[in-house]
Design a binder for this molecule. Structure first.
Ligand code: GDP
Length: 460
């Protein structure tokens, strides 16, 4: 494919030790030759491949030294994009990378679009679409588990599964084609039976992939968690304890009235996205601050409620309100302050929330925290997830295609079972084959591809 030579800053903006400008395409080395003056070599093209060369970037127009750099060139096809790549390591901060990028652009490169390096890796056939999408997920991963899931996908775990399934569908299509072309071979019974077995196998496999979607969503987006409880029961103490013992990543989301803080806490590999912690910290009480209706709306959007009660005092009207809210969703109840004299016990809550796990805790001594963490893990992942071996679908686009593929294979199966004409079965199978191909990008339109890569950052 003949494509222009692209360039971009590959490192994040801001002060840092080094910054990297990356160039990919046929003219990469030629551009490097124009702008690099080495200590040992005069031209980049004289350098050994994949060898870091020390020298300067110099503006060829003015002869002005721009920065002291290390530069490497990697020859096609064994590179990220499969094209010639030149990478310039310069001083970090915004000035050097920007000036170098400007000079690179002046000397023959065009500015890369978001994700264009990865898009080229895809268009040039080095990776398929699901692998390219894994690259974004790697970059935005919030926990070790979600990173590992994406790394697996980048290495082709999902692609392999999809390709096995597509081959099975193709096998079925070949059977059908043969029966249409040679109807005199009266082997219909065997063929229908065979089609049924294959179809059932494909359906089962698709369903198994779909079964991982929920875990995938949580790994990707975090388990949206709301901590509820009247003032002084120990919500902030819980949060602080959990944050202290686990790494957290804070993200600010611009809200309409004020910034809502979302905090990701990594608990046993599960990213817990604690919603509106700012509210908990500032006013001690979500319900008081935002009102019952808004609390309900917030709860509606969450995956989990952790309701906290003070075991050392009797349940109040406010507590009952919280019990009611907790009954709307998956929830865990903490009976806190059990290091003091208990006035209430789990039975008092169990009466109202029979299916909810109730844990005795003390934020002072740390009692119950381990149980809470294990409960969370068991609630959301049945059985041990084997990230290294299992394929986990964590992408909405993949899920949607799998759902369509499932529908089509189900239609094909019911047509097979009713022994309908082959033509009808063939249509469903072809659709299923296409749906699966959209995941890996083999059967996908250009506009969709563009849309997917728009989500990337520039320079990746
Ligand atoms: P919040 O208003 O629900 O966020 O409650 P805080 O976490 O601010 O706790 C209120 C008070 O209760 C603080 O003085 C805490 O030190 C105390 N507290 C929290 N958890 C416990 C606990 O398990 N045992 C005891 N004895 N005190 C606690």
């Amino acid at each position: 494919m003949d494509m222009n030579t692209i360039a971009a800053i590959a490192t994040a903006p801001g002060e840092a030790g080094i910054g990297i400008v990356r160039i990919s395409g046929k003219r990469a080395v030629e551009i490097g030759d124009k702008i690099f003056k080495g200590k040992r070599i005069s031209k980049l093209s004289d350098s050994k491949q994949r060898y870091l060369n020390y020298g300067y970037i110099v503006d060829p127009k003015s002869g002005e030294k721009i920065d002291e750099v290390l530069i490497v060139y990697m020859k096609e096809p064994y590179t990220y994009t499969t094209e010639d790549i030149v990478e310039i390591n310069c001083h970090g901060g915004i000035i050097s990378v920007r000036r170098i990028l400007e000079i690179v652009l002046e000397n023959g490169a065009t500015m890369a679009e978001a994700g264009e390096f990865t898009k080229r890796a895809f268009l040039n056939g080095r990776i398929d679409l699901s692998q390219a999408e894994a690259v974004i997920d790697l970059i935005s991963a919030k926990t070790d588990i979600s990173f590992n899931v994406s790394l697996n996908q980048l290495e082709g775990s999902l692609s392999k599964e999809i390709s096995v399934l597509r081959n099975k569908v193709l096998e079925m299509l070949a059977h059908i084609q043969a029966s249409i072309d040679f109807p005199e071979h009266d082997e219909e019974y065997a063929t229908y039976q065979q089609l049924k077995e294959n179809g059932e196998y494909i359906l089962l496999k698709i369903q198994q992939l779909l079964d991982t979607v929920y875990a995938g969503k949580i790994l990707r987006e975090g388990l949206k968690t709301v901590i509820l409880g009247k003032p002084n029961v120990g919500k902030s103490s819980l949060l602080n304890r959990v944050l202290r013992e686990n790494r957290s990543i804070v993200t600010d989301i611009p809200g309409t009235t004020r910034d809502i803080i979302e905090e990701y806490v990594n608990i046993k590999g599960i990213p817990l996205k604690i919603v509106d912690t700012a509210g908990i910290r500032e006013t001690d009480d979500i319900i008081e601050r935002i009102g019952v209706d808004r609390a309900k709306a917030l709860i509606d959007k969450s995956d989990l409620i952790i309701a906290v009660f003070d075991a050392s005092s009797n349940l109040t009207k406010e507590d009952m309100e919280i019990i009611k809210l907790a009954s709307y969703k998956k929830s865990i109840v903490l009976l806190n302050k059990t290091d003091l004299n208990n006035k209430i016990c789990s039975q008092d809550i169990k009466k109202h929330l029979p299916d909810t796990k109730i844990i005795n805790t003390s934020m002072i001594t740390g009692t119950g925290i381990e149980i809470l963490e294990n409960t969370l893990k068991d609630m959301f992942f049945t059985g041990e997830i084997k990230i290294k071996e299992d394929v986990i679908v964590n992408n909405v686009r993949h899920r949607d295609q799998l759902l369509k593929a499932k529908e089509n294979i189900e239609d094909a199966l019911s047509a097979v079972i009713s022994e309908l004409s082959y033509d009808l079965i063939e249509v469903d199978l072809k659709n299923c084959w296409e749906n699966l191909g959209q995941i890996t990008g083999e059967t996908i339109g250009e506009d969709l591809i563009d849309k997917i890569f728009q989500d990337f950052c520039i320079g990746k």
